[in-house]
Structures are given as C-alpha cells and as structure tokens.
Design a protein around this ligand. Structure first.
Ligand code: IPE
Ligand code: IPE
Ligand code: MG
Length: 224
C-alpha cells in the first residue's frame, strides 16, 4: 500500500456551479467554501499531513473585478471567523504565492500563519496569487544570486514548497484536464485524478474513493 502524506487540489468549477444552481458565479465560490471545510475534515480523519489548495492563480487577476473582490472578501471572512478554530484543531496554515493583497487581508494572512506556525496535525498550504512559472523563475534567480550549484536538490530549496514533500496525489475537480500553472515541478511524479464533479459538489466520499484508488496504484518512478 502506498504511503500518503500530501494531497494537492485544484478546486475548479465554482463559477459553473453557481451559474447552474444560483445564477451567479459568486454564489458558487461561497458554496465552494463548504467543500473546503469538508475536505479539511476528511484529511484529518485520514491522517494526511499536507493539504495544498489552489485558491487563486497569478492568472486569475484576469477575471472581472467584482468576482475578484468577492473572492477576497470570502477569504477575509473565513480567516476572521476560522483562524482560531483551525489553531485549536492543531492545523498549520501556510500561504504559497505572493502575498500582496489589501492591508486587511495581508494582516489576516500573516496573523493566521504566525498563530498556527507550530501546529502539527495537518498543514494546509493555501496557494494564493500562486503561479508555478513565477515560483520557478524566482527560485532560479535566488539560486544564481547565491552562486549555488544548479541541481535538483538546490533548486528545491528555493521553491515556496521547501520543507514540504511533493504531492502524492493531485485532484482537479470541474471536469477540466489541465494543470493551469500549478506546482509544475512538484507534481512530476504525483498520481493525478481528474474529477467530473464541480468543486462545490465534491464530498468526503469522492475524496476517500480517490485515496483508496491511490493506495493500490503501482508507482514506478521510471522503474518496473
Ligand atoms: C475555481 O472555480 C475557483 C477559482 C479559480 C477561484 P472557477 O471560478 O474557475 O469555476 P469555473 O471553472 O469557472 O466553473
Ligand atoms: C485554476 O482554475 C485556478 C484555481 C482553481 C484557483 P482556473 O479556472 O483559473 O483555470 P483555467 O483558467 O480554466 O485553466
Ligand atoms: Mg475554472
């Protein structure tokens, strides 16, 4: 049976869910937050140590301002209400991506990261304003600046995911089969599961089924 430490998720399909069920994309984002809470619970039950959630990409700035503002308001409310609860559950929150948002959101993110920094049960990496290509460029720049030898081990040290093992599983919901600039380096040997359901419909059963399937997948890493 394969060991399982890290699950990464591209939480896609909120907008379509909202249009289909409530006639607004933003309603889908709100509903998507419930799935986030369910999957955090399921991860704890399964004793998973790292859960990485793609919440906003460097490309998502191309969306209408109204939608972007709504998304960040949702996140602000979530952090204001839930940070202490996460802390009580021994959950560590880490942001990957460039933290350049409103003063209020920057503060909430900083506080949540600091408050939960020594927690051990589960680490949630929230990918926010994250893009894998810019992460790699920055890592290469730092490595060159430090005059480090360019090899896999050294490059990994400059990624935002340093100290985090590569994902064992990548899940993308929303019936779309692409990576959308997510963890291009780190996913080199992950098992990928494309899920037809839209993110707000994705539940603990769906999540557990994927884990079950993963556990009995033969991982070759190029061998036989
Ligand atoms: C993913 O859902 C959530 C974010 C990008 C914030 P989408 O908003 O991309 O939903 P669809 O793909 O348009 O349905
Ligand atoms: C990827 O979803 C980003 C997040 C889930 C945060 P998108 O919906 O933005 O991806 P594309 O644009 O369809 O590739
Ligand atoms: Mg999408």
């Amino acid at each position: 049976m394969n060991p399982l430490n890290h699950i990464a998720i591209i939480m896609d399909g909120n907008g379509r869910w909202g249009l289909k069920n409530r006639k607004s994309r933003n309603a889908g984002h709100k509903a998507g937050l419930k799935s986030v809470e369910n999957i955090i619970k399921a991860s704890i039950k399964k004793n998973i140590k790292f859960l990485t959630l793609y919440a906003f990409s460097t490309e998502n700035w191309r969306r209408p301002k109204k939608e972007i503002n709504y998304l960040f308001k949702l996140l602000e409310n979530f952090l204001s209400k839930k940070t202490l609860q996460l802390h009580k559950q021994n959950i560590k929150l880490k942001i990957i991506g460039k933290k350049s948002f409103s003063t209020k959101l920057n503060k909430l993110l900083k506080f949540a990261e600091k408050k939960t920094s020594s927690n051990k049960k589960l680490q949630i990496n929230l990918a926010l304003n994250y893009g894998s290509k810019s992460e790699l460029i920055n890592a290469i720049k730092s490595l060159v600046k430090q005059k480090g030898k360019i090899n896999e081990k050294n490059l990994t040290k400059y990624l935002e995911t340093k100290d985090i093992p590569d994902p064992d599983i990548l899940i993308r919901t929303g019936n779309t089969t692409r990576l959308s600039n997510f963890l291009l380096w780190q996913l080199a040997y992950s098992e990928i599961f494309f899920e037809k359901k839209l993110w707000p419909d994705f539940n603990q059963d769906d999540f557990n089924k994927i884990i079950q399937k993963y556990k009995f997948t033969k991982r070759n890493y190029g061998g036989v």
